[in-house]
Design a binder for this molecule. Sequence first.
Ligand SMILES: Cc1cc2nc3c(=O)[nH]c(=O)nc-3n(C[C@H](O)[C@H](O)[C@H](O)COP(=O)(O)O)c2cc1C
Length: 377
Amino acid sequence: MEYPNLFKPLRIGDLELSHRIVMAPLTRLRSSQPGNIPGPINASYYGQRATPGGLLISEASQIAPIGQGYPASPGIHSSEQLAGWRLVTRAVHEEGGFFFIQLWHVGRISHTSFHPEDGLPVAPSAVRPAGETMTASWETVPFETPRPLDRAEIPQLIETYRQAAQHAMVAGADGVEIHGANGYLLDQFLQDRTNLRTDEYGGSIENRARLLLEVVDAASSVWGPGRVGVRLSPFGTFNDMGDSDPVRLFTYVIRQLSARGIGYLHLIEPRSSESSGGAPLDQSAPDAATLFRDSFQGALIGAGGFTGDLAEAAIAAGKADAVAFGRWFISNPDLVERLRQNAPLNPYDRSTFYGGDVRGYTDYPTLAELESMPVGA
Ligand SMILES: Cc1cc2nc3c(=O)[nH]c(=O)nc-3n(C[C@H](O)[C@H](O)[C@H](O)COP(=O)(O)O)c2cc1C
């Protein structure tokens, strides 16, 4: 086997993974409308990518309407959505896979059109991101200046995360991943470019980390810490992010997560700072897995610009315990089998990443399907 390390079992919390190839969370904007409800096409997409003992992480799923930032992203707050997620978890479990649902609140990346009755998007502070966003009707418009969350609203926000973690359990998931990366709400609290608060949720590193850690504790109260993962993107610049001292900030956060005994830490490598991977990799960027490995005692999942060779090398060198693949999992439903055989990969079509139908979603062929196609087809 070309990649022996990728095919070693791995324990995450009390789950025994049979290999170390994880499906990264991938927003595809194909939930059923109205209501942002996962449906049968989403179930077949995840089912195609599930393998016995393999871990899939869901696309980010908003915990409440105020946390939605893109049209047709699925939610995890209504009973219809939970019924939809049940179809998905069943499809993954039928293949013997494990499924974690990624819990999402986009904070200032939202737009009033997603929640007209709630008004402006909320954030730690009234700092408007540079650039443009998408409305509920798929229009591109400049970002709004968010409304700073009142201190008195924070307990309810944490409770909303706890309920979403509970909903994931009701929907039959195997755990939850807290989305603390890519410039969304929890990352906005962590980094000092977006957090200008003067209460106990802003200022010092301990204060800026408080919300994320309280959310992790809330999710752990439902699942136990071993079934909770956390995704972070140290040095990430996507969504106009930045911090004056990312090494000190993320070392603190990661040590705190380690002390809590969470199931895994999921680190996006700074070399792929643009979340959808559109930009070339920055090979001069710091290596997050190396910088933070010693601060975390549990399982570490690396992500961002990995190939089979890079993943095998990262695991062999002890830089990561597992590797999450994003774009290659979009275009290769049988990515695990292809890496097992070191077979060529289907190229991905960026134009069908977001929105649309089964095209570019559930119609990428497996190796077996390619082999049975007539020559010239
Ligand atoms: C279409 C698309 C959607 C994505 N959606 C999410 C998401 O919902 N949550 C998240 O944490 N990251 C998201 N990402 C980032 C990926 O999980 C991953 O970190 C990134 O694609 C780099 O990995 P890759 O080089 O293997 O593609 C998305 C990336 C792409 C391309």
